[in-house]
Ligand binder design. Sequence first.
Ligand code: ZN
Length: 207
Amino acid sequence: MIQPIHLLGSASLRNPTIPIEQDSPSLRQLIVDMLETMYGARGIGLAAPQIGRSERLFVVDVSSMQEDIEANGRIMPDQPMIFINPIMENEYGDEDDFEEGCLSIPDIQEIVVRMDKIKLTYLDADFTRRTENFSGILARVIQHEYDHVEGILFLDHLTAFKRRLLKRRLNDISEGFTEAEYPVYTDELGVIYPALEEDEDEGPVRL
Ligand code: ZN
């Protein structure tokens, strides 16, 4: 089921996550919910804290970027990818600029500098332990999601000056003033559903 995405300011985004001890039906359901929520919001990655959960888990689907990934000579792994209990072993290579956005911070995109290669250990959807190197866009998306399970947001990578420039817009978002096209959540207001488009049929919002 699609879950509301917690907005900037929600405590869940800053709380530490807890490693998952074993596979279970509730973990399977959580993964399904996270994928549905990510696809419903047209995201390419989503971490458990973004739907108010404390599991150390994120999901990624970069299918929409297949051309870019393969154009750079990289092999596209099967999508979606499930990362359970990820541990960042290394971030290396060259510094890379990339404009990032975040489903928890709608309508704000900023350049974030990160290393362009990573080495990550995690459990995949079959609970198989893997240590893999990622580069390019996939590394970037994984770094962003990994930050989420560490309670870090991409804003934290910006300069204090840049954050000051964004302050008003960020305050608006944390107070629930956004035009996100998916259900969102703030600790104060609870769930906020997207406004119906004027030309859509009247009726209950089905989400
Ligand atoms: Zn994000």
